[in-house]
Write a protein that binds this ligand. Structure first.
Ligand code: PMP
Ligand code: GLN
Length: 380
């Protein structure tokens, strides 16, 4: 039996492809974004405690109340915003689920969504499945800033949503207060909604503030703000995230969420509800990853790769144009199979496959992994 594909242009994600290639060839895997070090042992003990004490059945659809309350307290604490844990927070099975629910809850056939490219790969399929049309605005290479005049020109009567991602995967750029002012200007007096992918909210460098939509009431009032515990607690495999949105938007969000997964993992939610109280863990994350970024940069200093600025996330973009003029996909695959270091070719994050001869490297790795990978990169 054959069915006509609803996503004919979508293949297997680059993360799956590159991780498999790395595993098949025993390469150092700096491609897919996940740490090669473990979750804090105290957090594992908490999950174990809740599993052993009988918390193994469905959680409430919106999320475990204690976790929603703690998320709301944390948002009040760090972004000075009031979010009602009863009506404005939904715990999801990772940010991926939250993004899908937010996009499908809002976009109708024929409506347009502003997507900045390079774009994380889960946004566009959700737009297409909703019958929407992605309208692409390119971040300006090489510093990947937003040209807000282009955004303004792209907005029209049909525009329903703008998808923002800061700190940005794959480029490592972050929104500045000028960006926020420009965004406020564009959305004022419109019905535009914002999906703000803030999964790297605690991984931001050089003393820069994280410009969450939640800090700005005029933006928060029209935003789905999405985060992921996977990034903050080195637990990408646990797939727990959340969405904070005004009650009217959360109601629509939950109409989708309840039929996507209904509810997310109970003992892990309970464990996070306790662990989130250890503020140092997330407050120290930027320093932890800034040291990793700086170590990676110092290790590859004598190589022929040229780093692009990275102000957040755990990804470093490296320009390889002085080594090869091969397309990024070809070069990334060859480097994995022949040299033993895997990375991500960013052209896959552009609908037109734009190729600037750069690769994305994940530095959420043990120092020794980075040392060994960098030794190879310095020989290429
Ligand atoms: N958005 C971005 C920008 C990401 O990098 C990721 C990570 N992997 C996600 C969303 C998805 O997060 P999760 O693993 O919690 O589904
Ligand atoms: N967000 C991770 C990355 O950018 C991968 C997530 C996934 O594999 N779907 O590498």
């Amino acid at each position: 039996m054959q069915i006509k594909s609803k996503l004919p242009d979508v293949g297997v994600t680059i993360f799956t492809v590159m991780t498999k290639l790395a595993n098949d060839h025993g390469a150092y895997n700096l491609s897919q974004g996940f740490p090669d070090f473990d979750v804090p042992p105290d957090l594992i003990s908490l999950v174990e405690k809740y599993m052993h004490s009988g918390h193994n059945q469905y959680a409430p659809m919106q999320g475990v109340p204690a976790l929603r309350e703690r998320i709301a307290e944390k948002i009040a604490d760090i972004y000075n915003a009031e979010v009602n844990p009863e009506t404005e927070i939904t715990v999801t099975s990772g940010a991926t689920e939250a993004l899908f629910a937010a996009i499908t809850a809002t976009v109708r056939p024929g409506e347009e969504v502003i997507v900045f490219e390079p774009a994380y790969d889960s946004y566009v399929p959700a737009i297409l499945l909703s019958g929407g049309r992605p309208v692409y605005v390119k971040l300006k290479y090489p510093d990947y800033h937003i040209d807000w005049d282009e955004v303004s020109d792209a907005v029209c009567d049909k525009t329903r949503l703008i998808i923002i991602n800061s700190p940005h995967n794959p480029t490592g750029t972050v929104l500045t207060d000028e960006d926020i002012s420009a965004l406020k200007h564009i959305v004022q007096n419109t019905n535009l909604l914002i999906v703000s992918d803030e999964v790297y909210e605690h991984i931001i460098f050089d003393g820069l503030p994280h410009e969450s939509m939640l800090r700005h009431s005029e933006l928060a009032s029209r935003s789905f703000v999405i985060s992921s515990f996977g990034k903050t607690y080195h637990a990408t495999g646990w797939k727990i995230g959340y969405c904070a949105a005004p009650a009217s938007l959360s109601t629509e969000f939950q109409r989708i969420h309840q039929f996507l997964t209904f509810a997310s993992n109970t003992p892990i939610q309970l464990a996070y509800a306790d662990f989130i109280l250890k503020k140092d863990v997330y407050l120290e994350l930027s320093t932890f990853y800034q040291q990793k970024r700086d170590l990676f940069l110092s290790l590859i200093k004598s190589s022929r790769f040229n780093p692009l600025p990275c102000h957040g996330t755990y990804f470093q973009m490296l320009d390889y144009s002085s080594i090869s003029d091969e397309p990024d996909i070809v070069f990334a695959k060859r480097m994995t199979t022949e040299s033993g270091v895997a990375s991500i070719p960013p052209s896959v994050f552009y609908h037109g496959k734009d190729d600037h001869r750069v690769l994305r490297f994940c530095f959420a790795k043990k120092d020794e992994t980075m040392e060994k990978a960098a030794e190879i990169l310095c020989r290429i």
